[in-house]
Design a protein around this ligand. Structure first.
Ligand code: GCO
Ligand code: MN
Length: 402
């Protein structure tokens, strides 16, 4: 059946084309659906779930992977044997549910010890403790078999501007990443790191605030190949940036190691809303990009259900995110194959100038020919591009009538 035919018994049937499946590579963190609804002003509104229950529920909804944050599973201060036992147990539970663990991470922001920073803290003792917690979480990730280790620099930043030399802070950040890269290499772990930028919150201002900052920083590392980015829709949107463009640049640089899909209104605190619930156009083009450019990594949803939801209903946020992704994927395929769209794009690409002038590949001859050629910029400027029509078609696809 095609996606436009109605399903017989609604969205839950086997033939539902938008039903999430393992091959879609959808993943969630234990902390996402497990979020208990506390915020800066109010207490938790839900009790949360045991990891085993979360795994079972997410597998039942069609997810492929479940990620963990070290403290979700065992206290990082626990003795080695206990942590190892927890890792083996989690691995077994993941396998029993037919799932994988594509990513692991460490919470370097919850405990008071990180209040002034973690890798960039001014206190060398805090920095050493941060490294210890990270190394332990990396061991855990290796034991569980997670190939990506996410580093969200939540507390890496300042409130009091005079508190740190920003150059020194970046140097410390670089040294710490260099340290853990060497550690992973020495251990022979098959792990790569993904830096997750965010402009602010919980600090007033964070280091490595956006995708661009993180990519530039990675290029200065000792082992740049081991490090990429994890871009989050909410975070780049808080910075008032176009997430689709941010993702495109990371992808083009071969640095999109992970993606945190969710949604967010601009100029607000971090909202982690259901994917596609706010910025449909950005969501549409992001899905189109990931699919058309064959992004091979996990489609992870860093989605926190609304605080209003009862425990039994938080799954709507997970299922909704996955369904919206698949609906947009199907729309993106039809959009790309639509002759009306190809006609506009194709016409805009055409030029009747001599072919050897239309290459940006340098040769002394091309440079000379270009300099001498008598262009008619007025004629070039007379072309109409029909982008009103193109964008209206985009809207009609998203609205569901194209
Ligand atoms: C945020 C962050 C986190 C991280 C997660 C894994 O809420 O701002 O995105 O959700 O992704 O803690 O490190
Ligand atoms: Mn995130």
């Amino acid at each position: 059946m095609t996606a436009t035919e109605p399903t017989k018994t609604g969205e839950e049937t086997q033939t539902d084309p938008y039903k999430p499946r393992k091959e879609d590579k959808f993943s969630f963190g234990l902390w996402t659906m497990g979020n208990r609804g506390h915020d800066g002003f109010g207490e938790a509104t839900r009790r949360g779930f045991k990891p085993a229950y979360l795994l079972e529920k997410l597998a039942g909804l069609g997810a492929w992977g479940v990620n963990f944050q070290d403290d979700d599973l065992v206290a990082s201060e626990a003795p080695l044997a206990e942590r190892s036992r927890a890792a083996r147990q989690f691995k077994q539970q993941v396998e029993d549910n037919g799932l994988v663990t594509p990513m692991g991470t460490t919470a370097l922001f919850v405990k008071p010890v990180f209040k002034e920073g973690a890798f960039t803290a001014v206190d060398p003792g805090v920095r050493a403790f941060t490294l210890q917690k990270t190394l332990r979480a990396i061991d855990f990730a290796a034991e569980v078999g997670a190939p990506i280790f996410n580093l969200w620099g939540a507390r890496e930043g300042v409130d009091a501007e005079g508190s740190k030399d920003p150059l020194e802070a970046l140097k410390r950040y670089r040294e710490a990443i260099g340290f853990i890269c060497r550690y992973v290499e020495d251990q022979g772990y098959n792990i790569k790191f993904a830096l997750e930028p965010k402009p602010n919150e919980p600090r007033s201002d964070s280091y490595l605030p956006t995708a661009g900052h993180a990519l530039a920083f990675i290029a200065t590392l000792d082992q740049p190949d081991r490090v990429g980015v994890n871009l989050e829709l909410a975070h780049e949107t808080i910075a008032n940036l176009n997430f689709y463009h941010e993702v495109a640049q990371a992808l083009e640089a071969g640095k999109l190691f992970h993606i945190d899909l969710n949604d967010q209104k601009v100029m607000r605190y971090d909202q982690n809303m259901r994917f596609g619930s706010e910025s449909l156009k950005i969501a549409f083009f992001t899905v189109k990009l990931l699919e058309e450019k064959n992004y091979a990594g996990p489609r992870h949803f860093d989605v926190h259900p609304y605080r209003t939801e009862a425990e039994a209903d938080v799954w709507d946020a997970a299922l909704g995110s996955m369904r919206t992704y698949k609906i947009l994927k199907e729309k993106a395929q039809r959009f790309a194959a639509d002759p009306r769209i190809e006609a506009i794009l194709g016409q805009n690409r055409r030029s009747d100038l001599p072919g050897d002038l239309l290459t940006a590949r340098y040769s002394p001859e091309t440079a000379r020919r270009l300099k001498d050629y008598r262009f008619d910029p007025d004629r070039l400027a007379r072309k109409g591009y029909r982008y009103e029509k193109l964008d209206q078609l985009t809207i009609e696809y998203i609205l569901g009538i194209a």
